[in-house]
Design a binder for this molecule. Structure first.
Ligand code: AMP
Ligand code: MG
Length: 406
């Protein structure tokens, strides 16, 4: 008796079960640059206007437009230049009528000036300048508050923080931001046949790849990962390994050891310990388990690489994104035509690997859950519904855009 449910759970029901296990991550203050890809937890109000002061949009000369109204290419107006204003100048000397201040881009416009003559329209003089073109009042002046007004909400809570949003937060003076902190995920591979890549391989052994793939998938969505490989198929070793990490992580994700064979270490170790093992009506990835072990949410994925990856994609990715405050938690799903016939089992939802280009998807490789190379060559998952056994060439199918292979 291993507690395997007789009727397989639907993909949607199992997804909801996994989602319910992973609570929202706490809100913390983090340095702006450590917030890439994270979700802002509060509205961000600007304590200042942007630009904070009127400043020059050009390297040139701050003038009164009226003083250079008669300037022409061959009839320059000459003005004394008593003051130089590099960017960063904080003590601003007012401009007297009939003079020009040399000014650099971003430097504050002195009181009394109402326009900037760009350096190209002058002789570039340092003591005196010959201005060769007139300017209208306001020319090349970036006005205070043109971009942001003090008190504006510049970023809303639940915004995903990418480069422009973080740039804006820094521009209005925030050094740290309140964000939903990354979920901390412990990835644990089980299987006595597994060898760390980079080491010699004996006949009968294989390189361990699930932990890399699962941790990478978790990192892609902003989670933090700890990876533990090669826990042998030994229940005591499994428990001892987990015990070291209880309390440090938000979620344990295992791969392998949950199907129907002997030496199913994950199942043997966690059955009756808060983790329920079930079958889900999906292919690949049927045997699944999840629950809470000693206070730690646990999701146990099957060992075949494509099963493990697809299970992460279907169940863990949306749950982790939601826990980290994201509103968009599902992949984009589009309806396209299949370039080939596909056959699928009944009563299970099948996901086949494919490449979508424009309106057409071409299946890549077969349905086998060990076919990692064809998965790596795919950019979508073709969703064959539970009640469909044949997709004919030219039929419409839904695909999930998973990115990846170009
Ligand atoms: P299991 O679910 O443990 O019976 O594993 C199913 C298949 O996936 C077996 O062929 C395993 O060798 C393989 N497998 C399990 N875990 C991994 C892993 N971490 N990396 C690569 N292959 C694995
Ligand atoms: Mg195994």
């Amino acid at each position: 008796m291993r507690g395997v449910a007789k009727t397989p759970l639907s993909v949607d029901d199992y997804r909801a079960r996994v989602a319910a296990l992973i609570p929202p991550t706490p809100v913390t203050l983090r340095p702006v640059l450590d917030c890439v890809g994270l979700v802002l937890a509060e509205d961000l109000v600007s304590p200042l206007s942007l630009p904070p002061f009127d400043n020059s949009a050009m390297d040139g000369y701050a003038v009164r437009a009226a003083d250079v109204a008669g300037a022409e290419r061959h009839a320059a107006v000459a003005l004394p230049v008593p003051v130089d204003i590099p960017a960063g100048t904080t003590d601003i000397v007012p401009l007297l009528p009939g003079t020009a201040h040399r000014i650099m881009t971003g430097a504050p416009v002195p009181p009394g000036a109402d326009a900037i003559v760009k350096v190209e329209d002058t002789d570039g003089g340092e003591q005196r300048v010959a201005v060769r073109a007139p300017v209208a009042p306001g020319t090349h002046i970036r006005l205070a508050g043109e971009d942001v007004t003090e008190g504006d909400t510049v970023l809303r809570a639940r915004t995903v923080l990418g480069a422009p949003q973080l740039g804006l937060a820094a521009a209005v003076g925030w050094g740290e931001l309140p964000v939903h902190r990354p979920a901390r995920v412990l990835v644990l591979s089980t299987g006595s046949e597994l060898v760390a890549p980079g080491n010699p391989l004996l006949h009968g052994q294989i390189y361990e790849s699930n932990s890399v793939m699962l941790a990478a998938a978790a990192r892609e969505i902003g989670a933090e990962t700890t990876v533990l490989r090669f826990v042998p198929d030994d229940v005591d070793a499994f428990h001892a390994t987990i015990a070291e990490h209880l309390g440090d992580v938000d979620l344990l994700v295992t791969s392998g050891g949950v199907s129907a064979g002997a030496y199913e270490v994950v199942k043997d170790a966690l059955t009756g310990q808060g983790v329920e093992f079930s079958r889900v009506a999906v292919q690949p990835g049927g045997p699944q388990g999840c629950g809470v072990f000693k206070g730690l949410p646990v999701v146990t994925l099957p060992g075949n690489p494509v099963s493990a990856a697809l299970s992460f994609e279907l169940f863990l990715r949306p749950a982790l994104l939601a826990a980290m405050g994201h509103d968009v938690i599902h992949r984009r799903r589009v309806l396209v035509r299949s370039a080939a016939e596909l056959r699928a089992p009944s009563a299970r939802r099948q996901y086949r690997r494919g490449r979508v280009e424009g309106e057409v998807v071409t299946p890549v490789g077969g349905p086998g859950s060990h076919l990692l190379a064809s998965f790596a060559a795919s950019n979508c998952l073709i969703e064959v519904p539970e009640d469909t056994e044949v997709i004919a060439e030219g039929d419409l199918v839904n695909v999930l855009l998973i990115g990846g292979a170009p």
